[in-house]
Design a protein around this ligand. Structure first.
Ligand SMILES: Cc1ncc(COP(=O)(O)O)c(C=O)c1O
Length: 390
């Protein structure tokens, strides 16, 4: 006998998914229409138009792929790379490591520019690599590294990549709708995101945008894209005027994304970015007042993903379990090199609010004290001070 679904009540403050706005949940239960129904085609058009605003681009080829953020990553790389192509991948965290894996599976040659986990990729290293490797097809980089909480500045690197006549590929899975993502201004040729982070939509779609330059590169391929499902040309015919059947769009997910984009645009991009910045500032003030240390330097810290070192004497899992069981709060553990060493606290989209910040700080303080950690000052007082100054 299986019972009604009844998962625990949670506040999602991990690295994603984030809490979903009730309006998005409601939109998901809108009755289905066929995936080629004229009404659905209009919904797809509206979704594309709003995605373009959020990506800050005029790129016509801006769509939502069926699949999570990894589908976007794979789509960008498999469409642009052919065997023997060279691709520079900037690696300072787990997600860039995955890009290297995909480049290899394309039978292309990855050239790695390495950075410390928890720090940015220095543009000078990129310049050197581009000089040492003429004829690279593309450079791929993560804008918001969810494994470390680092925001990678992109402007200088974009200039270098374009000077070298390569394509600029950016992972914006955790940045889109949380911090500025200026696709056109930063001359990004292929960019992808995910729905479950700062868009506060369930996981399931991957918004992507390809520049005309990137589409020309796809047109010039000497062999078909090895992935049929992620072939951007075929997807273009489905999302574009032809409406050529490619696959059955996950209709309710498109409803959900459309509603979450409406929420983003109703709030306004600038206001949304400021909200993320403010609550992160309050959270960090609280954590630091308690005596904890942030992973990323303040200048490059992501407001939507706050990575904080776990004090030496404290057990990672004990604290996360207590947060979940006693307070219903989910935060993330460390990934890769940061496993057991850092917590990842998400303040993404709908989860990014004062009540969540205060509850988490109070809960952490209680739990840490119970585990023997000497809390220096009350976290919530430090956070409150930040809010009062606003
Ligand atoms: C920076 C980054 N890239 C790619 C991914 C993969 O996305 P997904 O898990 O939605 O497939 C994630 C997921 O957390 C991510 O944070």
């Amino acid at each position: 006998m299986y019972y009604d679904l009844n998962p625990g009540k949670r506040i999602l403050m991990g690295p994603g998914p984030s809490d979903v706005h009730p309006r998005v949940l409601k939109a998901m239960s809108t009755p289905l229409v066929g995936h080629l129904d004229p009404d659905f085609l209009e919904i797809m058009n509206e979704t594309r138009a709003m995605l373009k605003e959020v990506f800050q681009t005029k790129n016509e080829m801006t769509i939502a792929l069926s699949g999570t953020g990894s589908a976007g990553m794979e789509a960008c790389l498999v469409n642009l790379l052919e065997p023997q192509d060279k691709a520079i991948v900037c690696v300072n965290g787990l997600f860039a490591e995955r890009m290297v894996d995909i480049v290899k599976r394309c039978e292309a040659e990855p050239i790695i520019v390495e950075g410390e986990w928890g720090d940015i990729i220095e543009p000078e290293k990129v310049r050197e690599s581009l000089q040492n490797n003429p004829n690279v097809k593309l450079l791929a980089i993560v804008h918001a590294e969810t494994s470390t909480g680092v925001r990678q500045p992109l402007e200088d690197i974009s200039r270098m990549v374009h000077d070298a006549e390569a394509l600029f590929v950016v992972d914006a899975v955790t940045s889109l709708a949380g911090i500025p993502v200026k696709t056109d201004e930063w001359r990004i040729d292929a960019i992808y995101s995910g729905t479950q982070k700062c868009l506060s939509c369930p996981p399931g779609l991957s918004p992507v945008s390809f520049s005309d330059r990137a589409l020309q590169a796809v047109d010039c391929r000497t062999r078909p894209v090895q992935s049929w499902y992620l072939d951007i040309g075929m997807l273009q015919s489905y999302w574009g005027k032809e409406r050529f059947y490619h696959h059955t769009a996950p209709i309710n997910m498109v409803y959900a994304l459309r509603e979450s984009l409406r929420l983003v645009l109703e709030e306004g991009l600038e206001k949304r970015f400021k909200r993320h910045f403010l609550h992160s500032k309050a959270l960090v003030a609280g954590l630091e007042a308690m005596g904890l240390k942030m992973v990323a330097p303040a200048e490059y810290r992501l407001p939507e993903l706050n990575a904080v070192y776990i004090p030496d004497e404290i057990d990672d899992v004990t604290v996360r379990k207590a947060l979940l069981n006693e307070y219903g709060i989910e935060i993330g553990g460390g990934l890769g090199k940061f496993k057991g060493k850092a917590w990842r606290i998400g303040l993404m989209g709908y989860s990014c609010s004062k009540d969540n910040v205060m509850l988490l700080l109070a809960a952490m303080e209680n739990i840490l004290q119970g585990e023997g950690f000497k809390v220096r000052e009350h976290g919530i007082l430090a956070a409150q001070e930040v809010y009062e100054k606003e």
